[in-house]
Each structure stands twice: as C-alpha cells, then as structure tokens.
Design a protein around this ligand. Structure first.
Ligand SMILES: [Zn+2]
Ligand SMILES: [Zn+2]
Length: 373
C-alpha cells in the first residue's frame, strides 16, 4: 500500500513549499510516524552543504508519533519517539572507536523522505539501533533538542578524550577524562550557545568566555552567565581573553563554520591545549595556520561530527536537566512550509532567529491509503 503525504521540499530559490509526495511501502519493522515537531538545524543552512541537495527533504531534529508498525522493535503505535536520522552498525572499526558518524551504515541510513514531512518512515534499521522513547516530562519543544544536544555531548567527550557510555549515561566527566579550568567558546550562534550551556554544567569550576562578531548576539549571550563575552574582532583578543580567563584557554571550542574561526581558535589555545572543531569550514576554504607554533606548543585538534546512539542516550539526561533553558532558546514556532524562510534567516545570521521549530499545520488530514487521494 502506498501512501501520500505532504513534505517541505527544498527548491533552488531556497523556499520549501509543501508538496504531495508518495511514501515508499512500509517494510516489516519500519515505523510509519507523524511529525509532531522538528527543529531547523543550523547545519542545514550552510549553503555549500545543501547546494547539492535541491529537491531534498531535510529535517532531522524530530519528535514523532508512531502511527503504524514497529514489529520486532521496542515501539508501538501511539509512542512519542526520537528517531535518529542516521544509525550505525556498532561493529565496524569506526563504530568501535567511537566514530559512528564515519560508519558506512550510519551514512547510508536515513529517515524517508526526511523529517520535514507530515508523515515519514523510520526504517527498521534506525528503529532498532538509534530510536528512543521520549520521557513524558519532556515537551515536544524540549525534545527537538535531543539531536543537537547529542552533538554537543560528542564535543564534551572529544574535549575530555572519553567516550559516552552505551548503557549507563552520566552527565559527569568519565573517570580518567580531562577537566578544564579555562575554556573559550568561539561564536554565540545557536549551537555555540548550546555548547556554552553544557560545557558550563560539565566543568562547573571552569572560567568560560565566548567570543562573537555580532553585537546583538553578544548581548543575547549575557543570559548564559559566562565569565566574559568578547568581540571576536578585537585586535588584542588573545591578551583580552587571557586576562578574563586568568590565562590562555586550555580548551577552545570553535563553533562558526569558518576557516578563519578555526585559525583563530588554534592561535588562542594554551600550550598543551585542545581545540575542538564543532563545525566544518566550507571545503577548500584556505586558511594560514602556523604549524610551527602548534608543534612547539603541543596543541591538539579534535573534531566532533554529529552523534551516535550513546551520545543520544546521554543527551536525554541533559534535555531533562536543562529543558526549560532549551525551551527558552526557541525564537520562532512556524508551520512546516516556512523551513526555507528559517534556513535563509539562519544563513544570513539574523540574530533575531535563534531557533525555529516547525510543525505540521493543524487540520491537515492523516496519511491516506492508496486510491482515496
Ligand atoms: Zn542538527
Ligand atoms: Zn559501523
């Protein structure tokens, strides 16, 4: 039985009109779900990233309700779930090393057609390997944070040189993990603000400063209660930062998708410091880095790309602890067809658009069987 649904399809002009599309036939174990809410991801607004994805249906920060299926999985109709858009095999070398986002199976698995659809299919693979029931205490608004927060969880572990537990999640630094007294976060966009909140909780003794180019965002960042917020374009930024932190940062988290920010982050780290790349610069974005200096200061660079099942498990704890903070970060609640508008505002770095949640407009009928149109 084929079914039709409505989805926000990304057009070349950046708009996302709702279009009727056909869902593939549901296989045993697959879940047919209805979207309750989806966060618009800042990563989807990187134009070089979505350039090849015209006509795509994006959306992965989803909260959904099971309508049908789930044979042989832990889920049944009526369940409110977070289905991860990518699910790893758990057995390959990448998975065993905690690099699930490099697992071939992770890359191939996906929601069909994507999260920006009124209904979509969660393949049995994703349902079995990285789908979670949403705790009842978590609102839909707070639950759209499960995926982005899981990405920050990965960054927390990369910073400390640890792995999240696949069975017993904890918000503490795992035994043997590195701690920090002085942390710099570059950027104060949505993901950077999320990083600021979690790094502050994870390393409660640390002094944390953020740097940002846009004045309105610096103003917005005050609510985070950091030790300092500095203009990223200050000519004497390294010394200003060291003054605020009581020394050069041992940990620098680079959030903007820009090679310039990466170079700046590398130049700021203390000897023996660690630099976490939280977002990718555009491909072939050239940047001059003084490797001589990095060598003699023994600077290390780690990157945190997306998240895996253990990150999601730990994210559920963070989302419950910080639910009301997260809900307060949502700046707009829009209908599904305004995804494109949200992406344009994020790409333009509109400081008024911090986090957009889209929902299916009320009153639209449920998925219909073939022939009923
Ligand atoms: Zn995302
Ligand atoms: Zn794998």
């Amino acid at each position: 039985m084929t079914r039709k649904t409505l989805a926000a399809v990304l057009r070349a002009d950046g708009t996302t009109p709702l279009e009727t599309i056909e869902l593939p036939e549901r296989q045993p174990g697959d879940l047919l779900v209805r979207l309750r809410a989806c966060g618009v991801c800042t990563g989807e607004a990187m134009r070089w990233y979505t350039a090849g994805k015209t006509s795509a249906i994006l959306g992965h920060e989803v909260v959904a309700e099971v309508l049908e299926g789930g044979e042989g999985t832990a889920f049944k109709p009526g369940d409110r779930i977070f289905p991860h858009h990518h699910a790893p095999c758990g057995e390959c070398e990448a998975c065993r090393g905690g690099h699930e986002s490099s697992c071939d199976a992770w890359k191939k698995s996906r929601l069909v057609p994507g999260g920006y659809a009124r209904e979509f299919i969660v393949p049995a693979w994703n349902a079995r390997r990285d789908t979670r029931l949403i705790p009842p205490a978590l609102s839909d608004d707070a639950a759209i944070f499960i995926e982005p927060v899981a990405c920050v969880v990965r960054a927390l572990h990369k910073a400390s040189g640890t792995l999240p537990s696949p069975t017993a999640p904890s918000m503490e630094v795992p035994a043997g993990g590195r701690g920090f007294q002085r942390i710099a976060i570059l950027g104060l966009g949505f993901m950077a603000q999320l990083c600021a909140r979690l790094f502050k909780e994870r390393f409660p003794g640390a002094r944390i400063a953020a740097t940002e180019l846009i004045p309105e965002r610096r103003e917005q960042g005050r609510a985070l209660g950091l030790h300092a917020i500095l203009d990223a374009s200050l000519p004497d930024l390294p010394s200003a930062l060291a003054r605020e932190l009581g020394g050069e940062p041992e940990l620098v988290v680079v959030c903007p998708s820009s090679a310039r920010a990466v170079a700046q982050g590398l130049s700021l780290a203390a000897p023996g410091g660690r630099v976490v790349l939280f977002a990718p610069p555009a491909p072939k974005d050239p940047v001059a880095v003084d490797f001589n200096r990095l060598y003699f200061r023994e600077t290390s660079i780690v990157s945190a790309f997306s998240c895996g099942p253990a990150d999601v498990l730990e994210s559920l704890l963070w989302c419950q602890r910080l639910a009301s903070d997260f809900e307060g970060m949502i700046s707009h609640r829009w209908p599904l067809d305004r995804v494109g508008e949200a992406l344009s505002a994020i790409a333009a770095q509109d400081p008024g658009v911090l986090k957009v949640v889209v929902r299916t407009p009320p009153g639209l009928p449920l998925a219909e069987s073939q022939g009923e149109e």
